[in-house]
Design a protein around this ligand. Structure first.
Ligand code: CMC
Length: 434
């Protein structure tokens, strides 16, 4: 079903002396949207928008970001209220279904998800094909793609029931896949999921327990991890989500689409920034070195950027970063690491950057990745697992957006056009004459 669009007027565009009317739609909140979808058919012109800075690719009812005012809503609920009052599976239900669950619905959903937490046993052998020093994102991407080879029954995208099964499988198996990627790189045995634990605690159990010892999950830490998951659950039409939608628009199965999302997330400008931000803080080492790095970030001839700073949409403080900073203090306090030298560097760096005219004028503020690395490291995760954790949580957003797209009657295969600047015509010369 397509979301009913509220047409409020028309924009006029004049091209080579002819005027064309373009419908304007009013969203529930946010800027109005001019519909240019018929422009090529009517006027034989394309629009040009590298990086999609002004282009809406779909209508959606899932997530809203107000970058000017630092607001993030999941299905209309403020992110800080959700972080304070719900858990990750409750938020998953909300993103998928549009409403918060009541107690019974929550219980049923939790059970249905945990029912799928194990991997097909043959899949566990799939890991042996990777080098021990493989980046866990490489393993995660490969194993998720391989899910379609193990769960054929839920690859039929025309069957609503199978779409639901694939959705639950993805949310349930992602922690198992991620934890196994971690264990594999450590050379430790895989730890099977425990369905009596909540989502975050089960993930910590699969990552940190070893057969010879009893592992007790620290509730303060698993609750912090759950918050990190909620903060990463969805974020509107970002690069990886758009990748999932584009892959899905061709009718590809959901496992293949999520693998595409993981690949897109990996880059340092997107989900890879949490690993890069911690590398940067490690490199800065002490507050005395901050000025040098700020200078490098401002130098247009130097490719270095302050990682965990700046955002395409947020032109004020990223609301996720605010919660992340608070959670970071809670975790370090709980672990008796209040004087963590890295936190000191991060806080000082943030203070200096927020007062520097370069960052002020360009509206560059800390984003979600600035503090998340410090939390994840304190929880015991190595740097190369940070983006995997982002992917784990974002899987629910990706699959919610994928489901919305499949059910949208306006959905067509994604096929951007281009401004062709290559040769118009070249005379062919045979190889022996070139
Ligand atoms: N450090 C220094 N300068 C920066 C930074 C930064 N972190 N971010 C942007 N700028 C400058 C940039 O050089 C440009 O300057 P000028 O106008 O003089 O050319 C201006 O600010 C605008 O930057 P842009 O690259 O045109 O902006 P964008 O919207 O295309 O890029 C971004 C957004 C997030 C990729 C970018 O800010 C960046 O590379 N940040 C560092 C990486 C990072 O933290 N990424 C995580 C994003 S949040 C999580 C997620 O979405 O996955």
């Amino acid at each position: 079903m397509a979301v009913k669009k509220n047409e409020t007027g028309t924009a006029q565009i004049e091209i080579n002396g002819t005027k064309y009317d373009l419908p304007i739609y009013k969203p529930s909140i946010g800027p109005e949207v001019v519909d240019i979808s018929k422009l090529y058919a009517q006027a034989n012109v394309f629009t040009y928008d590298p990086g999609f800075t002004s282009t809406a690719n779909c209508s959606s009812t899932i997530t809203y970001v107000d970058g000017e005012n630092g607001i993030l809503l999941y299905r209309g609920y403020k992110i800080d209220e959700l972080v304070e009052n719900t858990d990750f599976l409750e938020v998953s239900y909300l993103l998928l279904n549009g409403e918060l669950p009541n107690k019974k619905e929550k219980e049923e959903f939790d059970n249905a998800v945990t029912y799928h937490s194990m991997l097909h046993e043959q899949m566990t052998r799939f890991y042996q094909g990777f080098r021990r020093d493989a980046h866990p994102m490489a393993i995660t991407c490969g194993v998720i793609g391989a899910l379609s080879a193990f769960y054929h029954d839920s690859t039929d995208i025309s069957d609503a029931h199978q779409r639901m099964v694939a959705t639950r499988r993805l949310i349930a198996k992602m922690p198992t896949i991620a934890a196994m990627a971690y264990k594999y790189t450590l050379g430790q045995p895989f730890v099977y999921p425990r369905n009596d634990l909540d989502y975050a605690s089960n993930f910590m159990h699969m990552c940190f327990s070893v057969p010879p010892e009893e592992y007790k999950v620290n509730e303060i830490l698993s609750s912090a991890l759950d918050k990190v998951f909620i903060l990463h659950a969805d974020h509107e039409q970002n690069a990886s989500t758009s990748t999932v939608r584009l892959a899905g628009s061709s009718g590809a199965n959901p496992f293949a689409c999520i693998a595409a999302g993981v690949a897109s997330l990996w880059g340092p400008a997107h989900g890879g920034a949490n690993e890069a931000a911690l590398n940067m803080l490690d490199e800065i080492q002490t507050p005395d070195n901050i000025t040098k790095f700020i200078k490098k970030a401002k130098d247009s001839s130097d490719p270095f950027r302050l990682m965990g700073f700046g955002h395409r949409v947020y032109k004020s403080y990223d609301p996720r970063a605010k919660i992340m900073q608070k959670t970071c203090h809670e975790v370090l306090d709980a672990l008796g690491l209040k004087d963590d030298p890295l936190l000191k560097v991060a806080m000082e760096l943030e203070k200096i950057a927020l007062e520097d005219p370069y960052f002020v004028e360009k509206k560059l503020y800390p984003n979600v990745d600035f503090y998340s690395g410090i939390i994840l490291r304190a929880l015991g995760f190595p740097k190369d697992m940070f983006t995997v954790l982002f992917a784990l949580a974002r899987t629910v957003g990706w699959i919610s957006q994928w489901n919305e797209m499949i059910e949208d009657s306006e959905q067509r295969i994604g096929r951007p056009r281009q401004l062709y600047m290559g040769n118009a015509s070249k005379e062919f010369i045979k190889i022996e004459d070139r």
